[in-house]
Ligand binder design. Structure first.
Ligand SMILES: *[C@@H]1O[C@H](CO)[C@@H](O)[C@H](O)[C@H]1NC(C)=O
Ligand SMILES: *[C@@H]1O[C@H](CO)[C@@H](O)[C@H](O)[C@H]1NC(C)=O
Ligand SMILES: *[C@@H]1O[C@H](CO)[C@@H](O)[C@H](O)[C@H]1NC(C)=O
Ligand SMILES: *[C@@H]1O[C@H](CO)[C@@H](O)[C@H](O)[C@H]1NC(C)=O
Ligand SMILES: *[C@@H]1O[C@H](CO)[C@@H](O)[C@H](O)[C@H]1NC(C)=O
Ligand SMILES: *[C@@H]1O[C@H](CO)[C@@H](O)[C@H](O)[C@H]1NC(C)=O
Ligand SMILES: *[C@@H]1O[C@H](CO)[C@@H](O)[C@H](O)[C@H]1NC(C)=O
Ligand SMILES: *[C@@H]1O[C@H](CO)[C@@H](O)[C@H](O)[C@H]1NC(C)=O
Length: 751
């Protein structure tokens, strides 16, 4: 199947005559050639009317044709009618409500108000806030589910098993559930309906919240769980495989910018999903009338290596894409699923979950309706348990989610909504364009709920210019030097659990008490955190080797600070991963039976390993770059310790034990050097979008920072960092302590 428009002898290019729009402008996807889409653009709060787009046909005429009596203009965005409120007043009463119009809601006497009492019509055609509801306590099992603006409801009894049905006023399309039933737990099934105009769309925030919570549920369902038995935590690996199928529409009506945006968005989505412990199989394709399979799920099943990013980058849309065959997309997915089932067998296939994500402009015009194919997919995954008459065992709708993203101005909602599937939550979204899609997916998995995931971070400075999202684990420690004066000792530290901060032992002096210490972490609940207790490594003793010619001995220079309260985990406050924990095993995607040594081999593997740590200057935080010299390079590096002040021994190993990593010099790279206030700073490595702390800044041979403002190493300056792999038993006795009820312990590996 090639084109969908028969070759006509009346060929010609379109013209721009009568195409202008009052109050806006337009762009053409392929100039005036046939197949070009004319897309009108209006300022925020306005939408193009009567047409949103026009298509240049082969014979040189536009579809739809402009009509003289209906000039194209930008119209004010309208919100659906709020005067559907029962038992209350809406003011001001108006026939129509436009963007920025404000409404207030008041219930009749004797009725209780829920939802917003004031709403504003937003530029995306929706009302701000939530549906106002006026109800009387009738002793019903479910609360009055209300009537969203523009909707009509039938059903006024809210007992268990009762249903309410919704429809939308003329010209509006119903999103969400058209029917809801009251359940025994007092909740309504489905999701609240909403009435959309053609010009109504979902904001990136709405998409990221709704789609995000859905995909997160799927991903966390497969996360391993901890089970506490006889005081011991046992980690149970969940059975099951996740297959994700993504399809991106590249039919000719679509611009290159759209394709670029979609590629980036898909890449971001895959990246975000990769931060979970679950490793899904992917099928990714681009489609028009033809299918371009960019990532093959069969490769995952055959354990062939797949570089999704590279494959996406490599893909170039050819000029020939014409028509849109959505049915073929679903047929391809169905074939892949059938293949998987055959390959893994019926029993294993029961444990496979499938998530289909389709981005389309919705104008499918070839290959027939995809609905029967979607029905077949449901049959395959549900294993026919939903078939009428059969004894229904467990419903299997959580094993299949089909998300449809309708993109652009001209989508046909009913057709797309009918293709969605899934047990809960919104599965159909209307987006204005793909410009914010990447950002939308970026937001999805960075919210606070994923407390268990250490080391998640942004790899760029966010719009607010705050670096907390890049280094959400950073902690600033202040210790009162002397109770009677205001002088403070400053150190850096890292959040390693919601209640513990890791730092250097030498930050503390004899006689310091928890009340002299504060930790600065801005989690939105106040910046300055009180300290309940701190514990230095029991072997830390700065004077241990004075007699052997080491005036200050920094072995075991590590301490843990317990905060009085847990900090609130969010995008900007989150623990870093530390060695030899289950959490880090997940972050590194190591196998279940892997041990601590394998983590070390993965992180400190090269002879010269690139690592980073943070430094703070005033309120400015920046990252310093160093190279740890390992293996054969280490001896030469630690030799420089003999030049440090206060060292009179000739054996560098007496000064720098095996517990240290050595950085500095400029043989390999112009390395940064640690300054005074950097003590305790996490020395970390980013691995597959997660940050793992491998060491902490302890001491150095030269105070380069004092001499000048120079932050770079010279030939002989060296810094030494406590290697966390060497102090795991200490970390484990405190952070992994199962015999207390004060805090949630971390799960350390047994070997
Ligand atoms: C259509 O326009 C293109 C350039 O945009 C030109 O090369 C081509 O000859 C035109 N076709 C006709 C039929 O006018
Ligand atoms: C161009 O083609 C379309 C359908 O292919 C037809 O509806 C329309 O009338 C044609 N216009 C002209 C000017 O021939
Ligand atoms: C509602 O918005 C329209 C268009 O901006 C405006 O003309 C009208 O005055 C507004 N009504 C109220 C009550 O603010
Ligand atoms: C996982 O599957 C294995 C066999 O395939 C079974 O023995 C085990 O009980 C399953 N575990 C869970 C948590 O379902
Ligand atoms: C799309 O991406 C390609 C390569 O990544 C680039 O050359 C091209 O200019 C981009 N096009 C648009 C419209 O952004
Ligand atoms: C499911 O139903 C289809 C027809 O609807 C049938 O072809 C298929 O064999 C059934 N599969 C199972 C596992 O019962
Ligand atoms: C503080 O930590 C020490 C161990 O370093 C412990 O002995 C002591 O009981 C703790 N105190 C409190 C109040 O938790
Ligand atoms: C994820 O990690 C890869 C390298 O593993 C890196 O190229 C990419 O920029 C990272 N992306 C994000 C969003 O952190």
């Amino acid at each position: 199947v090639k084109g969908f428009v028969a070759w006509s002898c009346l060929e010609g290019n379109c013209t721009e005559a009568n195409m202008e729009i009052e109050g806006g402008d337009y762009k053409l996807t392929k100039q005036l050639q046939s197949g070009s889409m004319l897309i009108y653009n209006c300022p925020e709060g306005y939408y193009p009317y009567p047409a949103l787009t026009r298509l240049c046909q082969r014979n040189g005429s536009w579809k739809p044709l402009p009509r003289r009596y209906l000039p194209q203009k930008c119209r004010l965005v309208e919100c659906p009618d709020p005067n559907v409120l029962e038992y209350g007043n809406v003011s001001p009463p108006q026939e129509k409500y436009f963007v920025d119009n404000e409404t207030t809601y008041e219930c009749y006497a004797g009725y209780t108000h829920r939802g917003s009492s004031r709403r504003v019509c937003l530029p995306n055609g929706k009302w701000s806030g939530t549906t106002p509801i006026c109800s009387r306590d009738t002793g019903d099992d479910c609360a009055d589910p209300g009537i969203p603006p523009g909707a009509i409801r039938t059903g006024n009894i809210f007992g268990v098993g009762d249903t309410v049905k919704y429809s939308c006023n003329r010209k509006l399309f119903l999103m969400g559930s058209s029917e809801r039933m009251c359940l025994e737990n007092g909740q309504w099934t489905g999701i609240e309906p909403a009435c959309y105009f053609k010009h109504t769309y979902d904001t990136p925030l709405e998409v990221s919240q709704a789609f995000g919570s859905g995909i997160k549920d799927t991903l966390t369902t497969l996360e391993p769980v901890d089970d506490i038995q006889e005081g011991r935590t046992i980690r149970i690996q969940k059975n099951g495989t996740l297959n994700i199928y993504i399809a991106v529409d590249i039919s000719e009506s679509i611009s290159e910018e759209y394709i670029n945006n979609s590629k980036e968005a898909v890449e971001m989505l895959v990246t975000k999903i990769s931060t979970f412990t679950v490793t899904p199989n992917y099928e990714i394709l681009f489609f028009s009338a033809e299918i371009s399979e960019v990532v093959k799920i069969t490769d995952f099943l055959e354990n062939r290596p797949v570089n999704i990013k590279q494959e996406l980058k490599k893909f170039k849309a050819s000029e020939k894409h014409t028509g849109t065959d959505l049915n073929r997309v679903f047929k391809t997915f169905l074939e892949r699923m059938a293949f998987i089932k055959q390959r893994v067998g019926e029993e294993s296939f029961k444990e496979h979950r499938h998530v289909i994500i389709v981005f389309t402009d919705g104008a499918f015009n070839m290959g027939g309706s995809p609905a029967p194919t979607v029905a077949k997919i449901k049959n395959l995954v549900y294993m026919n348990h939903t078939v009428e008459g059969e004894t229904k065992t467990q419903p299997r709708d959580e094993y299949l989610d089909i998300y449809m993203f309708g993109i652009g101005e001209d989508i046909y909602e009913p057709d797309l909504k009918a293709l969605t599937a899934g047990s809960d939550g919104q599965h159909f979204f209307k987006l204005k364009d793909t410009n914010t899609l990447k950002q939308t997916f970026d937001e999805i998995i960075s919210e606070g709920e994923l407390v268990g995931l250490c080391g998640l971070h942004r790899d760029y400075v966010t719009d607010d210019g705050n670096s907390r999202k890049m280094y959400p684990w950073m902690a600033f420690i202040k210790i009162q030097v002397n109770v009677s004066n205001e002088n403070l000792r400053n150190c850096l530290g890292s959040l390693v659990t919601p209640q513990f901060v890791l730092t250097a032992a030498h930050c503390f002096s004899f006689g310091d008490l928890p009340e002299h210490v504060t930790v600065d972490i801005d989690d939105g609940n106040g910046k300055i955190k009180k300290v309940q207790n701190f514990t230095l490594h029991p072997n830390y003793n700065i004077n241990a080797k004075v007699k052997e010619g080491v005036k200050e001995f920094y072995d075991y220079d590590v301490a843990l600070i317990q905060l009085s309260e847990e900090v609130k985990i969010s995008t900007s406050v989150r623990p870093i991963c530390i060695p030899c924990t289950q959490e880090t095993k997940g972050a590194l995607k190591l196998l279940d039976d892997s041990n601590c040594k394998q983590q070390e081999e993965l992180l400190l593997n090269n002879q010269v390993e690139r690592l980073s740590f943070l430094s703070k200057k005033g309120s400015w935080v920046f990252e310093k770059d160093v190279r740890a010299k390992l293996g054969d390079n280490r001896d030469a590096c630690i030799n420089h310790a003999l030049q440090a002040p206060g060292v009179s021994t000739h054996d560098p190993k007496k000064v720098v034990t095996d517990n240290f990593l050595c950085t500095g010099g400029r043989t390999y790279y112009r390395e940064h050097i640690a300054c005074n206030g950097d003590s305790g700073s996490a020395v970390f490595k980013n691995f597959k979008n997660r940050t793992i702390q491998v060491a902490l800044v302890s001491w150095g041979t030269k105070d380069m920072c004092k001499l000048s403002n120079n932050q770079f190493s010279d030939d002989s300056s060296r810094d030494f960092h406590i290697n966390l792999f060497r102090v795991v038993p200490f970390l484990k006795t405190i952070l992994g302590n199962n015999d207390q009820n004060e805090y949630t312990p971390l799960n350390f590996l047994s070997s």
